[in-house]
Design a protein around this ligand. Structure first.
Ligand code: PGA
Length: 253
């Protein structure tokens, strides 16, 4: 079953890299990446998208992603960027619902559901992030919380639209902390997510959904995490900022 799913490693640069630094990082990644069936998605800040789009256009396994977009198509929303604008510079993926957007920008799953619709309308593929905070896990509520997030943000979609969604399970306590979920914790949650999808849609849709793990994933732990049957890749923050580390993670399958 796993082999039929797309394996993906996405790099979330967050708010890092000046224009020139970003171009240099992409040049290094392109230089080190071996051709493979792993899909590699670079998600730099908006500023970089157009330029990186040109840098990677001839590299089949490299795709471009954004870190957010606005839920409306256009209009008086100062400082925002629409899905159509992203599409117009070659973006194919959009990270939505990242825990930092939830924490610092007040994003709720109701809002994220609208952003999911906006991206799908433009033919973009959302990378939907979900995951619990430490207190929720310690109280044993992590499975229910992630189920509620996914239901609110995604389960209004038709099966045809849902098939375009990539899910990233990112336990908040593991993001940027150096504390990784164990491969068993990741596998348990990924199985849970897949069974939720199967009960809402069907086994086939569930079996084809790529579910990534995110949270302090690095070259030393990626192999163990990616060896789990339901872990289809990673959403990488800190380690995506160094070409050598990022490519080592891609090579960990
Ligand atoms: P991290 O971030 O790899 O730095 O923990 C992952 C993410 O936030 O997507």
């Amino acid at each position: 079953m796993k082999m039929s799913r797309q394996r993906i490693v996405a790099g979330n640069w967050k708010m890092n890299k000046t224009y020139e630094e970003g171009r240099a990082l992409v040049k290094d990644i392109v230089g080190q990446l071996q051709p493979s069936e792993i899909l590699v998605v670079l998600c730099p800040p908006f500023l970089h998208l157009n330029s990186i789009s040109g840098q990677i256009k001839d590299v089949r396994s490299l795709k471009l992603g954004a870190q957010n977009c606005h839920q409306e198509g256009a209009g008086a929303y100062t400082g925002e960027v629409s899905a159509a604008m992203l599409q117009s510079v070659g973006v194919e993926y959009v990270i939505l619902g990242h825990s930092e957007r939830r924490e610092y920008f007040g994003e709720t799953d109701e809002l994220i559901a609208k952003k999911i619709d906006a991206t799908l309308k433009e033919g973009l593929r959302p990378i939907y992030c979900c995951g619990e905070k430490l207190d929720v896990r310690e109280a044993g509520g992590h499975l229910d919380l992630v189920a509620a997030q996914i239901k609110t943000a995604l389960f209004h979609l038709s099966a045809a639209d849902f098939e375009k969604v990539v899910i990233a399970y990112e336990p908040v306590w593991a993001i940027g902390t150096g504390k990784t979920a164990t491969s068993q914790q990741a596998q348990e949650m990924h199985v849970h997510i897949r069974s939720l999808i199967a009960s809402k849609y069907d086994q086939q849709v569930a079996g084809l959904t790529s579910i990534l793990y995110g949270g302090s994933c690095n070259p030393s732990n990626a192999k163990e995490l990616f060896s789990q049957p339901d872990v289809d890749g990673g959403l990488i923050g800190g380690a995506s900022l160094k070409a050598g580390d990022f490519v080592a993670i891609v090579n960990s399958f």
